[in-house]
Design a protein around this ligand. Structure first.
Ligand code: SAH
Length: 213
């Protein structure tokens, strides 16, 4: 595929799937316009990379729909000095978007092959402030806690207390929660400066399952 063709597809994605549906944060729109999404999927799926949906990445997992990536990123209000935790690296696309917006990203992935290939891909593409760690993210990653922002990109049955504990004061966490497979609602959890927690409910979403053991 030709470079200008890919760049046009990416521009169209930003205009039609993101801006027109209400994503307004220019930093998020710029990140989505910069990160080469087609390089996060296998070669045979490259010409579908900018379509309005998730795609398979192997091991029964997916790369998330562009709109959901943008929406969750916008909700987090990530700032340049932030330390961000992601649970569910997958191919590393969301981590790359966050990498352009924050100081450092810790991203947890339980499937070894995905963790390794995502770390390699992120390095090769120059997203050098992302640490991918092959571990069960249900328990978070205490070693680098607390985090200013936490994003969970797999569907949890409930909110993980360990993750909540690792969220700093003035922090925001976004997590898809639902008892049924492939059916969750996004929950937005904020801590104020005293550590008091408020929870809001947002969009319905369809993530693969967050394994909790
Ligand atoms: N963030 C990805 C989408 C990830 S799909 C993107 O940018 O497109 C969800 C990922 O979460 C899968 O790779 C799955 O293996 C991983 N996952 C599920 N449960 C997990 C857990 N408990 N800890 C870490 N990773 C988990």
């Amino acid at each position: 595929m030709h470079k200008p063709f890919i760049e046009n597809m990416r521009k169209d994605m930003v205009e039609n799937q993101l801006r027109q549906r209400g994503i307004t944060d220019d930093r998020v729109l710029d990140a989505m316009g910069d990160v080469p999404r087609h390089l996060f999927v296998t070669e045979d799926l490259r010409d579908e990379a900018y379509m309005d949906g998730p795609l398979p990445i192997g091991f029964g997992q997916t790369i998330s729909q562009p709109y959901i990536v943008a929406y969750m990123t916008e909700v987090l209000k990530v700032e340049q000095h932030h330390s961000v935790l992601e649970v569910g690296t997958g191919c590393g696309y969301q981590a790359a978007i966050l990498s352009t917006l924050a100081r450092n990203i810790v991203s947890l992935e339980r499937i070894k092959e995905l963790a390794e290939s995502a770390q390699r891909r992120l390095q090769e593409l120059g997203y050098t402030n992302v640490d991918v760690i092959n571990t069960n993210g249900w328990h978070g990653y205490e070693k680098k806690a607390p985090y200013d922002r936490i994003i969970v990109t797999a569907g949890a049955k409930k909110i993980s207390q360990a993750l909540l504990d690792q969220l700093s004061n003035n922090g925001i966490m976004i997590i898809p929660v639902g008892k049924i497979m492939f059916s969750q609602t996004l929950r937005i959890i904020s801590k104020d400066s005293n550590g008091n927690v408020t929870k809001q409910t947002s969009l319905p979403v369809r993530f693969v399952r967050l394994v909790n053991k």
